[in-house]
Design a protein around this ligand. Structure first.
Ligand code: SF4
Length: 348
């Protein structure tokens, strides 16, 4: 199956359109080696390294993809379309808006955007994307989200490492959906047979900038912090809600993307805060790790308000700014160890 790549700074790109067009939607997450050198020629170093690593991968690998779409995301990356247009070799580069708001005007606007993208794909690839195909794509997407929801719940009761969870999500957003479903079913069998949640680990909620490499999940694991809930795009934001099926396919897709757990790229902040607070109140969460990658202003703006809200319910919280590096950051590791000591004191 042909691969169609997309770049969204959180979870904004309606990948169901690509599934319906019989291509594999592939979320660009940068290469395993953290490379940004090629992109650094065009994007200054005070822009987050996530975005630079995505461009770097696209410059190197775009010949493997039938086309690329960029979805309206954070302010830092919205303006990078022209850079991609200039420096990434591809036959088809498309920008799709995803509105900031969720009201009726935003809804109608997004419907128009999706129809325009369908028309552009049909014209370029000489295909027809029917409403039935969109309906089937929604069913596939929902099947995957249900499997992920069930896997996610096991994090609270079973011994499933942070890295294993991240690897499952990464596989899901980068591989053909017909491979993803049996893969998730086999992971489910495995995780169900796992030992109970380890007594030496602290269950935490993880929030902030998207994490694109497993290294940071591993760092949390090493200090005995186990991510049992999150609101990341390569995480719960991707599967927490299902695509509705009560209206026509395009309206259903629009309603889904306007109502998923919100990121800091969308306003207002309240739905995002409520999602985190609700998880902290209903699950056995020992603390919250809020982290941003350096220069991610989007999530940095929200962090102080989030911290105040969590402290008001006496939920321990740590906020960290991390580098984009393949090496363990010892300073952050030390701060996390101190946070774990605080959680231990709370436990006693
Ligand atoms: S990490 Fe932050 S600044 Fe970078 S792409 Fe994501 S939201 Fe934008």
């Amino acid at each position: 199956m042909k691969t169609f790549a997309y770049f969204d700074s959180t979870h904004e790109f309606p990948e169901e359109i690509i599934i319906a067009s019989q291509m594999n939607p592939y979320k660009i997450l940068g290469k395993a080696d953290f490379s940004t050198e090629l992109a650094d020629q065009y994007i200054p170093p005070f822009i987050c390294a996530n975005a630079r690593s995505f461009l770097n991968q696209a410059i190197e690998e775009s010949s493997n993809w039938e086309g690329i779409a960029i979805a309206h995301g954070c302010d830092a990356t919205n303006r990078q379309f022209d850079i991609w247009d200039q420096h990434v070799k591809t036959q088809f580069l498309y920008y799709i808006h995803n509105p900031l708001k969720t009201d009726g005007i935003a809804q109608r606007f997004f419907i128009r955007e999706i129809k325009a993208m369908i028309t552009a794909l049909e014209s370029h690839f000489n295909i027809k994307i029917s409403l039935d195909q969109l309906e089937n794509a929604i069913q596939v997407s929902n099947q995957i989200k249900i499997l992920l929801q069930n896997l996610s719940k096991l994090r609270l009761t079973k011994d499933i490492s942070n890295t294993e969870y991240f690897d499952v999500l990464k596989f899901t957003v980068q591989n053909p959906k017909e491979k993803v479903i049996p893969y998730l079913e086999s992971i489910s069998m495995d995780w169900l047979s796992r030992n109970p949640f380890p007594i030496n680990k602290f269950p935490i909620f993880l929030t902030g900038s998207d994490i694109t490499h497993s290294l940071w999940f591993d760092l949390l694991e090493k200090v005995n912090l186990r991510v049992v809930r999150d609101d990341l795009s390569i995480g719960e934001r991707y599967y927490a809600t299902l695509i509705p099926t009560d209206e026509d396919s395009i309206s259903n897709i629009v309603n889904y993307y306007l109502n998923i757990p919100r990121s800091s790229t969308k306003h207002p902040i309240t739905p995002r805060i409520n999602y985190i607070m609700n998880a902290c109140k209903t699950e056995k969460i020992a603390g919250v790790v809020s982290q941003i990658i350096k220069f991610c202003e989007t999530f940095a703006y929200d962090a102080p308000f989030l911290k105040i809200q969590l402290e008001a319910i006496h939920m321990p919280v740590i906020h960290l700014e991390r580098e984009f590096t393949e090496n363990i950051d010892q300073q952050i590791s030390t701060r996390l160890e101190a946070f774990v000591e605080l959680l231990e004191q709370n436990q006693n």
